[in-house]
Design a protein around this ligand. Structure first.
Ligand code: ATP
Ligand code: MG
Length: 348
């Protein structure tokens, strides 16, 4: 089964950087790896020193292994889905050209997250990769993202979609008109006759796709909870990040998503116990010695506070959760080698 590692967490903590680092580390072990971002920012391309990352897989020039990077294009993914699952080229074109479909595939809230799940599922099913590393957008969206397959499955269960299909299939728009002239009037005024026809045509065209949608929603739900999937929560070890990380952990646990551990990104190094001054150099002045002591003491306090945050996070996490400390290092994040080394510090 394809292994899936999801990096999630609050905004700006280093999710994209660590996703790239993990992907490189897996590739350097000889795995066939895909790293997928649903973050519309171009950070993944930057982290992997690529000019651009798009919806189709782009090969990262790694010294070892096989690494492909891709950034989700929701509209293109939706189009491909329609093409794959419609019965005939005519049925496909009817949907693709429909105005309402264009609105749904480009702007409907949640469609981006849902398509990300579709993409993940088809990548996992393709068996082209041993590992898929999934980078997620900042927390608020990530929560939607995690809930997308459930929401979709819920919609199918409640039959809401089927209800929406009804008007076109059973002359239902006319029924609505008869049932409530006021409602029909308002709808027509708001949307226009053309749009209503578009919506009806869209739902009629989509009828054959609903069962597939539902099946894949459930499959994604299962995939996200499979033993081969691991969620890592990226956070900084600063006391100010604690509450947000815990809130995220709670959501993961509530939803039964497999939690592997915390990636504590941008950790400060522990200070040396004592600064050894070469014996052949003239001794330091008392004031310089005092200022060095002061710097070391400050650094020690920072590291102690960091460790207290990490201990607290682990105390709230399920048994067996790990904490991986990654250094704060501009040089490490600016080269593929440095990133791969950083990724190997995380033992997922
Ligand atoms: N360990 C590190 N050392 C130094 N710089 C880092 C480290 N990790 C991340 N950065 C830098 O921090 C910035 C934010 O990182 P990144 O884009 O990976 O965060 P993110 O969590 O994906 O952000 P967003 O929530 O906006 O998607 C980047 O400029 C990145 O280079
Ligand atoms: Mg990011």
């Amino acid at each position: 089964m394809t292994r899936i590692v999801v990096t999630c967490g609050s905004g700006g903590v280093g999710k994209t950087t660590t996703a790239a680092a993990l992907a490189l580390a897996f590739a350097s072990r000889g795995d066939r790896v895909a790293v997928l971002t649903i973050d519309p920012a171009r950070r993944l391309a930057d982290a992997l020193s690529l000019k651009n990352v798009g919806n189709t897989a782009q090969r990262v020039p790694t010294p070892e292994g096989h690494l492909d990077a891709m950034m989700l294009d929701a509209k293109q993914t939706f189009d491909e889905l329609v093409s794959r699952h419609t019965a005939s080229p005519e049925a496909r074109d009817r949907i693709l050209k429909n105005h309402y479909y264009r609105f749904v595939s480009e702007r409907l809230p949640g469609v981006h997250e849902y398509m990300a799940m579709e993409r993940l599922l088809s990548l996992a099913a393709g068996e082209e990769y041993d590992v898929i590393v999934l980078d997620t957008p900042p927390a608020r969206h990530a929560l939607d993202f995690l809930a997308a397959p459930d929401k979709m499955a819920g919609l199918m269960d409640e039959g809401v979609m089927r209800w929406l299909v009804l008007p076109a299939s059973a002359g239902g728009w006319r029924m609505i008109e008869m049932g409530s002239e006021v409602l029909a009037g308002v709808l027509k005024k708001m949307l226009g006759q053309r749009t209503i026809e578009d919506i009806a045509e869209f739902f009629a065209g989509f009828q054959s796709l609903w069962d597939g949608f539902r099946e894949r929603s459930l499959a994604t739900r299962e995939l996200l909870r499979a033993p081969s999937t691991q969620f890592v929560l990226v956070t900084t070890p600063a006391p100010g990040s604690r509450a947000e990380a815990l809130a995220f952990l709670e959501v993961l646990q509530r939803d039964g998503l497999p939690f592997a551990g915390f990636i504590l990104n941008r950790c400060a190094d522990a200070p040396p116990e004592r600064v050894r001054w070469p014996a052949n150099e003239p001794p330091l002045t008392t004031s310089l010695l005092a200022s060095i002591d002061d710097t070391l003491a400050r650094r020690k306090r920072l590291v102690d506070a960091q460790e207290a945050v990490i201990a607290d996070l682990l105390a709230h996490a399920p048994r067996g959760a790990r904490a991986w400390r990654l250094p704060d290092s501009d040089t490490a994040v600016s080269s593929l080698d440095g990133l791969a080394r950083m990724g190997r510090l995380v033992g997922v």
